[in-house]
Design a protein around this ligand. Structure first.
Ligand SMILES: Cc1ncc(COP(=O)(O)O)c(C=O)c1O
Length: 418
């Protein structure tokens, strides 16, 4: 008796595939655009130079000659690949140095390097938690956290994005679940560019006896005086139990890490399947991350941070002046407002966001589009982001293009784009 459902047929009829076909047919496909040269502040994409406002290369270090030299040295010394996991035959002195320097930078006892940030989340969360435990996560948490949570088979108690009252409710309920409790939040949320209210989150975790893990993927390199992320910026490093970071953004490479107490990191070393059963990153990636980390920790790193945050403010204010919908600045404990390098343009409707993206792309500005399910339904946005290496001239040119296309898209669609 054949099975009732053909899985390929199910895939062929999926709503997502329909959307993909429609976007391709109308040349409105915002994803998989081809980058043909170094992704600097201006990048060659599909035969034309476009201002890059759609990258996580916040400090612009992917093109830095010292980072490239570090990658090249690692490649020359160790070859193109390690052909095995960190556990078996994929650990080099570079990994050990990197782990030591990451732990020193983060101010933790130890750190563990994974092949990607996705695997770091899956490896840490999926290993620490098991059936019987509870995980409390923000609804805006990154997909890798949500996948890790599913893998762990722990009880999930999600709370509405950045709502401390809902977090508290979930923590109270978790007390009677009977297992260990882990709260996981992004320090800096990747789509809206807003910060988790970490001082309050840490206080609630302490009150309810829960452990806290912060995903610092977008904060590392950019936030705090040492550039270690939102936990440092918001002055609660000591209250955060585990910090996750990635090399795929400011650290100009590919890979990820977990930083925390030595015994917990050692437990992950011997128990985390996402660490033990996947190949170590190619040596060039590890070399590049180490090279970038050393720049980030130097005085030059502080200058790059100041520059990227200044650029973020400039773009945010420019977009607001043009009438685009932008987020309010993040309020810091000292009362000042911070615009992070992620500067979303709030649009609402999915297709309107895609039309706006296309008009910008055709005019020479590349941004990212976030539509459901990356954001809430009706919460489509253009995710723009800046680099330390953007000059004013790039941002002014981008803003004048934003100005020009606004009218065009409004004429094509309903009331307003902002
Ligand atoms: C918040 C967050 N966490 C984790 C990841 C995964 O990192 P990686 O790209 O290194 O796999 C990302 C990157 O997309 C991210 O934005």
């Amino acid at each position: 008796m054949p099975t009732a459902i053909d899985l390929f047929e199910k895939a062929r009829r999926h709503e997502r595939l329909e959307q993909l076909r429609a976007a391709r047919e109308h040349d409105l496909m915002p994803y998989f655009r081809v980058v043909e040269a170094e992704p600097g502040p201006v990048a060659l994409m599909e035969g034309r130079e476009r201002i890059t406002l759609g990258s996580n290369n916040y400090l612009g270090l992917t093109g830095d000659s010292r980072v490239k030299a570090a990658a090249r040295e690692a490649l020359d010394h160790y070859g193109t690949g390690l052909t095995g996991s960190r556990f078996m035959n994929g650990t080099t002195p570079l990994h050990l140095e990197l782990e030591r320097e990451l732990a020193d930078w983060m101010g933790t006892e130890d750190a563990l390097v994974y092949t990607t940030g996705y695997l770091a989340n899956v490896g840490a969360i999926g290993t620490l938690l098991g059936p019987g435990d509870t995980v409390v996560c923000d609804s805006g948490d990154h997909a890798s956290i949500l996948d890790a949570v599913a893998l762990s088979r722990a009880r999930v108690r999600p709370f509405r994005h950045n709502r401390l009252d809902k977090l508290e409710t979930m923590l109270s309920r978790a007390e009677s679940d009977g297992g260990g409790v882990l709260v996981v939040v992004d320090g800096l949320f990747s789509m809206e560019g807003d910060l988790s209210p970490l001082p309050d989150v840490t206080a609630l975790c302490r009150e309810h006896g829960a452990r806290l893990m912060v995903d610092e993927a977008h904060g590392v390199g950019v936030l705090g005086e040492r550039g270690t992320g939102a936990s440092e910026l918001l002055d609660c490093e000591d209250e955060v139990d585990l910090r996750m970071g990635t090399f795929s953004k400011s650290l100009a490479s590919c890979g990820g890490f977990i930083a925390g107490p030595h015994d917990v990191i050692d437990f992950l070393r011997v128990q985390s399947r996402a660490f033990m059963f996947t190949a170590a990153a190619v040596p060039a990636a590890t070399g590049a991350a180490l090279g970038a980390l050393r720049i980030i920790r130097s005085d030059e790193g502080a200058e790059l941070r100041a520059k990227v945050l200044d650029n973020a403010r400039y773009l945010h204010d420019g977009l607001a002046a043009l009438g685009y919908g932008v987020m309010e600045p993040n309020e810091l404990p000292d009362g000042s407002g911070l615009i992070t390098p992620i500067v979303p343009v709030l649009v609402g409707d999915d297709w309107k966001a895609v039309l706006l993206w296309k008009a910008l792309y055709d005019a020479g500005v590349y941004v990212n589009v976030a539509i459901y399910p990356a954001v809430q339904r009706g919460g489509a946005l253009l995710r723009t982001s800046v680099m330390a290496t953007h000059e004013r001239e790039h941002l002014d040119r981008a803003l004048s293009i934003f100005d020009r296309v606004k009218g065009e898209v409004e004429a094509m669609t309903a009331p307003d784009v902002g």
